[in-house]
Design a protein around this ligand. Structure first.
Ligand SMILES: N[C@@H](CCC(=O)N[C@@H](CS)C(=O)NCC(=O)O)C(=O)O
Length: 217
């Protein structure tokens, strides 16, 4: 495979999913960061949705993080999916399940009032409780084998850990299986290396700029 180029925004969790996969598979890649508040013309020409991630590979353009990751997994064996079709399909369902939780994190960051924030936290909590109930294997989602579904949730746990450490907002409180899973994921090198050095400073700046309820506490 020719060296792919990933177009990124520094705090985008969806790009982070692709970065983790690229690192897990030890694929050599270039990364270009853009500012989504002022996307460059070349990016708008390249991206059909105006969203990151975009992967340029073999002279082609791929978009949507799940599709990018499926492609990278397929052309760089061994696959990080289970081989059993039903188990693989179930994994994909749970990967899909985690995606709206990223929007919840974004809304928590951007909520201006405590009431607004509490509403999003309540909704996110329900989804996390569902995930807690089905996470019965350890250490990873499928037991001993690290897989795509672990990658899909890792950026979320990184952001929940950030909320806990900086704002004492602990969405994993009372969810021991998820907490154990999160600890394990956040200790993994491909995951800790999947964000830029000043990742938390940038998140903090966004929270301040948004006038978020988090900093009014
Ligand atoms: N479903 C998409 C979501 C990607 C996404 O929402 N990316 C955000 C940044 S984290 C974005 O590019 N937003 C720009 C916009 O919506 O205009 C994926 O998984 O790739």
């Amino acid at each position: 495979m020719a060296k792919p180029r990933l177009i990124s925004f520094k705090i985008c969790p969806f790009v982070q999913r692709s970065v983790i996969l690229l690192k897990e598979k030890d694929i050599d890649f270039d990364i270009a960061y853009i500012d989504l508040s002022e996307p460059p013309e070349w990016f708008l020409t390249l991206s059909p949705t105006g969203k990151v991630p975009v992967l340029e590979v073999e002279g082609k353009v791929l978009f949507e993080s799940a599709i990018i990751n499926e492609y990278l997994d397929e052309v760089n064996p061994p696959s990080l999916h289970p081989t059993d079709p039903i188990e693989k399909a179930q994994n994909r369902s749970w990967m899909e399940f985690t995606s709206p939780l990223y929007m919840a994190f974004f809304k928590i960051m951007m909520s201006k009032t405590k009431e607004e924030g509490a509403k999003v936290v309540l909704e996110a909590n329900k989804q996390l409780e569902t995930l807690e109930r089905i996470k019965i294997q350890t250490p990873w989602f499928n037991g001993e084998k690290f897989s795509m579904v672990d990658i899909s949730v890792a950026p979320l746990f990184m952001r929940l850990d950030f909320l806990k450490r900086h704002f004492s907002l602990d969405l994993l409180d009372g969810k021991p299986s998820l907490q154990t899973w999160s600890n394990k994921l956040l200790a993994r090198k491909t995951i800790s290396d999947s964000v830029v050095d000043n990742f938390e400073d940038i998140l903090m700046m966004r929270i301040r700029d948004a006038g978020s309820f988090l900093i009014q506490q």
